[in-house]
Design a protein around this ligand. Sequence first.
Ligand SMILES: Cc1ncc(COP(=O)(O)O)c(C=O)c1O
Length: 394
Amino acid sequence: MFEALKTQPADKILSLMTAFRDDPREDKVDLGVGVYKNAEGQTPIMRAVKAAEQKLWQVEDTKSYTGLAGDAGYHDALRSLILNDTVSKDQVAAAATPGGTGAIRQGLELIRMAAPKATVWLSAPTWPNHPSIIKYLGMPMAEYRYFDAETRGVDFGGMLTDLDTAKPGDVVLLHGCCHNPTGANLTASQWQEVADFLKAKQLIPFVDIAYQGFGDGLDADAFGPRHLAKTQPEMLIAASCSKNFGVYRERAGLLMAVSQDPAKTPLNQGTVAFLNRQNYSFPPDHGARLVTMVLNDEALRADWLTELEGIRTGMLTLRQTLADALRQRTNSDRFDFIAQHRGMFSRLGATEAQVEQMRQSHGIYMVSDSRLNIAGLNAQSVPILADAIVAAGV
Ligand SMILES: Cc1ncc(COP(=O)(O)O)c(C=O)c1O
């Protein structure tokens, strides 16, 4: 049997990590992998998470199973964080999942069960795991224009023109905030326009939110999903706690199926629990419990908010410093988009050859589509990157 297996394509980002590790240069800069790093290049455990972990060790008295959909307290805490009071509890079916990826996978499986002919529309470009999972599940998929290579902003006209060809019942996958890989995001008024458009065309939004708090702040970053939850008959949300709580390896995610009609929730809840049962039975609990403790404890929550805000503003400062360094070197404002982008990533708009040149000449490692992780920079590496960008003629 095993001889029938085929080698699967290597993950581009993981190969990049290996190449970086093997590079002997001391001033090499890793802007590849999508993990937050502080100025020292560490991905620290957040203070409030560490404190919750210590407390949990003291108070947890069983490792018995939780519910199939995870712990209800986790659903409540995360639903409030993401959707605030835009919907009531009885409008939301929720299931804890292994990370945001697990939530995306379970959401897609729900779509496949409920509407096997629905096409899932993805932004061009998007996080490569989106098309990869959809392809694996054998679901119809299509792309809508999203990134304007000229302005490095959102091609909003192109997006709506492409989505205009979608059929009623199709699903539109949207990044809730901090678009990966481009860093270009919809404005609040564009979200409102998208909401009106989706409703009029009877398209179903599926929001992937993996960076809440990394862009313009926790509430501003949730504007899109909140507005959709208020206005659409139904929607799906896949949330990840990996980045904003720094619990990457704990695998804490949540799938939510939101419906205007609370009468639909019991069926939705039964479905998401069933899907968990088929794929892995009970979801991981440790990370979810830490997140719940942080959100529900006043002091821990306040400390988490402070640390998260520091992460967010630190990345904004790096963006501005890099944009300023490029202004100085190029005597132009053509890299100002870096300061306008939000989240951990920006797509620079460099060719693959230019990305390769930056790697060879300056030891700068970024994904071949020129996505760079802003959090991989610090005060020392910003000028190196700015020099590399100019030298490569981006
Ligand atoms: C756009 C997007 N969605 C979802 C995820 C899910 O992350 P995880 O499965 O680690 O929680 C990521 C992580 O990189 C992401 O970038």
